[in-house]
Design a protein around this ligand. Sequence first.
Ligand code: BG6
Length: 454
Amino acid sequence: MADRIGTLVIFGAGGDLAKRLLLPGLGQLLDSGRGGELHLLGVGQDPMTAESWRIRVAASFAAGGASGERSEAVAAASDYLQADVTDPLDLQRVLDACTGTPALYFALPPRVTIAACAAMQKVRLPAGTVLGLEKPFGTDLRSAKALNRQLVTLVPEENIHRVDHFLGKSTVLNLLGLRFANRLFEQVWNSDNVESVEVTFDEQLALEGRAGYYDKAGALIDMVQSHLLLVMALVAMEPPSSLDADDLRGAIAQSLRATRVWGGDATAASRRARYTAGTIDGRAVPSYAKEDGVDPALQTETLTEVTFAVENWRWAGVPFTLRSGKALADHRREIVVTFKEVPHRPTGLTGQPGPSRLRIVLDPDGIELDLNINGEGNPFTLDRVTLGVDFAAGELGPYGEVLHGILSADPTLSLRADAVEECWRIVSPILAAWKKDAVPLEGYRAGSAGPAHW
Ligand code: BG6
């Protein structure tokens, strides 16, 4: 493990990500006592006095619920530098302003991050420097590979944190406990017993002013290529021997390597749609194509559903369907494992309540198991019951967990180079099919459940 970090530098300090997610996560981490001593340095293109920056930091810390002495001290001592991160001279100024080993967090669009990494080749990074990079990592398979090649010329692989905040979500991490600390599930976690797996992340949120980024990404790159494939990899992976970085990241990468679009046919295995005007919870939402900053000609999808196969002995023949969309009727975020029917039901036991199902719900976190039992009334008629438990979120939010990994230079919860390349490899045939218009871009009303026939 590398040295403990002395300075956390946030590139893109004036941006939305720093304000809404990173700084609130940092405040929680500091107040939990797991953050250690730290100098915080914000870097951005816009001019800002240290005083205004400190006020911003304190406000974001407060928004994340932090109000302790540790976070207060870090906010009060933090600094801001106006700099162009794609300019080596500016980068050198940033590094000179760091105390101790720096962690450089790129809260920037992928193109700027790529340019900043090129500029970094012209400066001398202090020993032990850690790099934190936000998703999407690169803009396609080629650029992700090129960025990976470049990054390892700057710092060793274990000091590169390719961030995916879903790996810091408590319920996603709970999958590990559920699967590997209960004899019950792991025994049936295979194609002999599982009919299908669905990972769904339906949001009521619409574009929320993010056209600059989202219009070039769309639901497939924004959610499936990163977050949902990782969740799927955790569901599908082989049990690791330990949760250290090598074992866990190795198991994730192995399961991604086995993943392809269902039937090898990206056209048949994928669907895409874009929202039209509608109402969500009484809030009027304009058509996506008319949102500020959107170029309708880009044909950006706001909802997608793709079926994948994990081609190995354990999962042969089991469809994994990943779906994510914006401006939908419900906030539904869950992993659903549907089990096969029993091989024989004793004659005389009537009723068809459906297969057993395990549902792992994200935000609010919970687990539900749908079972068939001899219920009330006629004891020979099957009824459906659901065993359920809700649990409180983890001590830290996802960004608190991710930052903890970076500040303690522990890459367990970040992505290895091969994993991000695999994620791009997996979605590449879909992007190619869509580019050729082989899959129609359908429409759905904002506030609906998606296209009626899906
Ligand atoms: C982000 C996506 O990475 O994850 C957003 O860019 C999405 O579009 C978000 O809304 C969902 O994650 P969370 O943790 O905010 O629910």
